[in-house]
Each structure stands twice: as C-alpha cells, then as structure tokens.
Design a protein around this ligand. Sequence first.
Ligand code: MN
Length: 723
Amino acid sequence: MNKQFNELVEIIKAYNPNSNIELITEAYLFAKQAHEGQMRASKEPFISHPVNVAKILATLELNSKTIAAGILHDVIEDTDATYEQVKEKFGSEIVTMVDGVSKLSMINLDTKKEQQVENIRKMLLAMTKDIRVIIIKLSDRLHNMRTLEFVTREKQIFKATETLEVYAPIAHRLGMSAFKWELEDLSFRYLHTDEYYNLVKIISSKRKARESYIDSIKKTISKNLEERNISATVEGRVKHLFSIYNKMKKQEKSIDQIYDLFALRIIVDNVNDCYAVLGFIHDMYKPMPGRFKDYISMPKNNRYQSLHTTVIGSKGQPFEVQIRSKEMHQIAELGIAAHWRYKQGVKEQENMESKLAWLRQLVEWQSDTSDADEFYDTLKVDLFTDEVFVFTPTGDVKNLPAGSTSIDFAYYIHSAVGNKMIGAKINNKMEPLSTILENGDIVEIITSASSKGPSRDWLKVVASSSAKSKIRQFFKKENRGENIEKGKEMVERELKRQKLVFSEIFNPKYYDATIKKYNFKTLDDAFCAIGYAGITANKIISRLKEEYRKDHQVEIPIEELVVPKKDNVPSGNEQGIIVKEITNCLVKISQCCTPVPGDDIVGYITRGRGVTIHRKDCINIINDKGFEERQIEVLWAKNTDSNYNAEITIKAYDRNNLLSEITNLINDMKIAMRKVEANATDDGIAIIKVMVEIAGKEELSKIIKKVKRLSGVFEITRKNKRK
Ligand code: MN
C-alpha cells in the first residue's frame, strides 16, 4: 500500500474509529487501477492526486462514503471506468457524488465577462444536489492549487483566476474560511507573484517585534481570565496575505496602518463567556471607537459568529481581538462542512436540521429567490431549486426562474426577440416552445420577421414575471377596441362558468367601487386590462360578487356555498377551504393571523361558530394547550375565485415619501389595499400596517419582496396577533 494512502487511513482512524476502511481501500484500489499509467504534471503517478483530495476531506472529518467518493472523483471523467461500474461496486450514494463532481468539471468556466461570474457560481451550486459534491470539488481545487507550480505559466494564470473568481467565493458562501483563505493566498501567489513575495518579506521582518508584543499581551490576558475562572484558549494569529493585500490596496493604507495584521483570538466555552471576556478586555485596554462588531447577535450571512473589537495596547499600538465559542470557531473555520462531520453516535438524520438551516441561509443570501419558508419546506438538499441556469449559443450564462421555457429565455434576451420568436432549439434540437429548461441547456431562439407576435396562450406557459409583463405589453399596444372586446369575452366566459348573470353583477352600483379600487377610470379600461392580461377577469368578478352580496344581505345557506364535486376532486367552500371529514360546515378565516392560500393552515373547532382557519404558526394556536382535541385538518382548495385579506407590518427608518412609495408600489401591482395605518416611534422608526387583498401567498411574497427593496425598510412581518 502506498505511503500517502496509509497516512490517509491514519487520519481517518483518529477521528472515526468506526470508519469503513475496507470501503476506502476498495475505492483506492479501484481508482489506482483506473488511473494506471496516468501521470501528474509533477511526474508523480496520478493516484496521488485523489488520495490527497481524500486527505483534505479527512481533515474536515467527513464520513467514509464521502472519503471514498473523494478518492474516486476523477475516475468517471478521466478514465475508462463508467458510471455503471462505479455504481455496481460502490452503490448509488457514492456514484451520485462522483458523477456530480464530474458534471461540475464539465462546465465551461472560460468566461471573461465580469457579470457572468456570479451566475457561474450559482450555476455550480444549482447543479449540486448534494452539498458534499461541492466540498469534494473545493478539495479537488485546493489540491490542484497546492501543486500549481508544476504546470505551465499560462495554466497557472487561468486556474488561479478561476479559483479567485469562482471557487474562493463559493467557499466563502459556505462559510469554509480555512478553504477560502488558502485558495485566495495560493491564487494571489500566482497572479501577483511580486507583491505576494514582497508582502511575505515585510511581514516576516515585522513578525519578531510584533510577536513578542502580542505574546506579552497574550500572557496578561490569559492570567487575567484564569483569575476570573474562565477557561479560554488565547492565540495570536497572522491575517492571511490576500486580505492584507486587498486592505492596503482598497483603503490605500501602508502595512503599518493595518491593525489586524496580527491579532488575538480568544476561544471560550460558551456565549456568556464571550461577552464576559469582551467586558474584561475593554476594562484592561481602551477600545477604539467604531471598531466593535457583534457578529454573535448579528451573524454574517454565512453564519459566521464572533465578537470583534480593536483595543489600544500598552505601547499605544492598536490590535484586534476576536472572541468566540468553540462551536462558533468550528463553524468559522469549516462552515457548512462542519455539519457533515462524522460524529460518533450521531445519526445522519439528526444532523439534518442544522444542514437545512445552512441551506436556508444560502437561499437568503440570494436576495432574489422567492420565499425562503417555502423553499425550506420543499427542499431536502437541493440548492436553488427556484432558478435554472442556461447558456446562450455563444456561451453566456443566463439565470431564469425554475420552470422557465424557451419563451422566457427569448424575452429575457430582448422583448423584440420574444415577439418575433417562432421556435427554439435546445441543445441543438428543435423542441416545443413549452419545453421546460434544465440547468446547462444551450438555448437558441429562432425568430422570423414575418411573425405576428406572441400568442395569448404563452401567458399560461411562461414562468418569469418579466416575460409575462413583456407579453402583456405587446397586447396592451394592440388596438384598444380589440382588447376591450377580448376582455369582455373573457369576463363573460368566466361568468358563465360561475353561473352568474352579467347584467346583475355588472351594475354601476357594484362596479364603480371595484374599478376605483383597481385604479381604472372606466369600465372599458378594466375590460381592456383584462384583454391584455394586466389583471384577471376573476379578480374583478370576485370583487363584484362581494359588492353584490353586501347589497343582498341574505344569509346564503352553507349548502349552497359548497361547490359540487367534480371528477372526485374534493370541493372547496366559499373561502376555498376544504375541511377534511366534514362536508358542510361554517368556515371562518381568523383575523389574528390572516392566512392565505399557500400558508400551512389548521382548523380550530369553535363552539357554535364552525371552524376557524389559522396559520400553523399562529401565535394563538401555538399557545393554546387545549388545542389538540379541537383541531381538524384543513386544506386549501386548488382553484378558488376568492380573494383574501392579509396584513403585513413594515418597519423602516422613517423618511419622506416612504408611505406613498409603499402604497404606489402596491397600487402598481394592481393589488387592492383594504387598510393602511402608519405610525412613527420617537426614535424615528416608522411602523406601517397594510392590509392587502390577494389571491394567495405568492402574491404576498411578491409584495414583501418589492417593499423590502425600498430604502430604509428593515423588517416586514405577517400579522400574527394574540387574541
Ligand atoms: Mn481532480
């Protein structure tokens, strides 16, 4: 057995006495055989590379299957070994990881365009069904960077650029700082060789003097903490080179002006100790104003937690101190990989919660994803399931919402392309326009100058709101008369479906208020908007129905509210709610949490008032101890015509025009507001409550997303009030 492999086994045994060494050895023998005869640029046999990658994975203390996948990571791509062979010998979990790594390697990263880089990073993550694939890929890259000296200068520059632009930022997103730092410093060394060695020289010349200074501070602090009975590890640390270089460049500072060139890190047992230590440090040394950062109460996006402060030492020299718990330290160094560590006696499943929390964070990092809660519910370990990344024929990456078709793609390129499109080639093959695009597809749009424009049916197919609005724009520009006619037709069809009579419902008494609510001047304007699909016929009709009902204050018997069953689909009642096991019952939507379709809901049987519907996270439901006996399962009906009131509370730093910007924004979305209430606190925080009338959660998420972008807005919450 090879020496490097024996070292690997030793590392694994040290942290995982139950490791499956047999499996790892099998993987090694298989890979060795497959790579037989291949050499690295360093003139070593190729097998040394995968073994070293596995060693890096072992420093992350990953389990045996992941290590085996690391050893096998290049066999499908670079040798005669096939997917099937690997699957047969090592099982589906391992082959899926190996295959995932191979797929990532096949993506062409040879792009020089700035704006493409972020998309490529996302694309890599999007293609990763299992985050371990990315961890293996990063380990692979780390080993390649460590051995970059052996390749040509041209290849060095290419790999180092790619590492700096794509892989180091991914490591950063995943919180894997140790990886990020090393990848950056290695890239720095090959991209700016002179500066790199210059900095190494300066730092080592200063190291001696600084070290003795830091050492004396270290001793003072250690002694002090000991006296106060706080167990802590105090370490001096040199900041990594690339970040010093960046700081000097960005802030135009000389090396003497970089405070955290050397710094102290204090690692304690728990959060309380972190703050206690901070207090002592600030007692012992004068803190520098404006340099304290509490990343414990406000963690960074990648879940980094620590307290940072800069204090002034005995010789008047400032130095940075970082204070964190052991757990925070592990997350700070290993990031997401910390959650995949092998832990004795802990089942994989139990680790799931923390992994999911991570993925959720990743999603939040990406501000333009729709609803983090929804994402959290549906995904297991898929990343970015709400986006798809595809190529143009010239190799540009475009990202579109998941479910997008070639029509979305065409409109994404330009509305002129969409309006003139007659067909699409996906991966060089003609495909129907409604084909849903997949990650990595190459899409080519076929246009014709004689095309008369989009079809209204496209509105049902497209997934992106931008394509939708561009198609609507097209129809809007069409003849107004035609749109009005079309809109009327659509209204009539819908009324017929709902068995309603036009002349009864479309009475000025009812529609005057309705069209005003949606900002139309005349009824024709409303029909016109329906015609170009600016608003649905349903929305107007259900509003009219409400007005109509107000006018006809007869209690409608519950039986009549139950829509007859169709094709075995359970029917919804008036509010679009299906109460399981009970066909006819009074249903009321609770006002304390204002649930809307898409929310997880639960029914609560009340005495004499039927069933009230609450969100599962309603504060009243969570706090009601007697609830279990009185709950009943309820569902949203699939298709309802109803609108729902939902209330949100917006907190923002108060400023001029804030309220009107919020209301304009909602108005522009053609969403009716039922109530707007604005207050400001003494310390300049505006609290704005808005009740909107919407069809479901998706619409609400859109509103929240848009309002969040307004300057000054820092928090938006759904209504969830104690009764
Ligand atoms: Mn490799």
